[in-house]
Design a binder for this molecule. Sequence first.
Ligand SMILES: *Cc1c(COP(=O)(O)O)cnc(C)c1O
Length: 228
Amino acid sequence: MSKVIDNYTAVKADVSAACAAASRDVDQVQLLTVSKTIPVPVMMELYEYGIREFAENREPELAMKKAAMPDDIVWHFIGPVQSNKIRKVVKLADVIHSIESLAQLERFERIAGEEKRRLKVLLEVNVSGEKSKGGMTPSKLPEIALAASKCVNLDFAGLMTMAPFEADDAELEKIFSTLRILKEDCENAIGRKLPLLSMGMSGDFPQAIACGSTVVRVGSKIFEGVPK
Ligand SMILES: *Cc1c(COP(=O)(O)O)cnc(C)c1O
């Protein structure tokens, strides 16, 4: 087996172990491959292996890869989106994890309508309050979640967060549990369930799974040691 498939199956086993430790069903947690900076031939190895969902954080790279790869891929966008890039991202991506403001949500809703696209969206919350992290403050969430629930071109599916790289276990638990509670608050406010809680990366996905994550976004652990 190739290095990347070895890595992928090892991460998948770690996800399963984390689910077992948390008494959760493995089917409740999606391992989402973050393929930013990874060349198409390496991604195609994963595609041949059966992987059909990839996450990118830059529009030009997503455009290039979408054009180069098969049509049956679900593309996730996980990076910040500048206003002048929204139309391009709407045309390219299927799921957006990184909606950060009401103005941005409204632009996505309008442009998705103009482009006759229906997108799944998650609201990114800056739970840690770290300045370098994207996302809205938790205090803005109720208003934006209510607006998201009323969108007709966007399917409001859940929340996303990133924890600080240097966070210890206690801090990770606090951040990830807070996002889970914020999702429950949103569900109560809008009167329906939100399926997606996108949290956990290479360095912290077991902790995120313990706190209820349904999507872990993993890049470096899948691609470490893989020649580019
Ligand atoms: C790069 C990135 C990831 C994956 O991070 P790794 O540490 O490489 O697993 C997850 N989420 C976002 C938003 C990212 O930009």
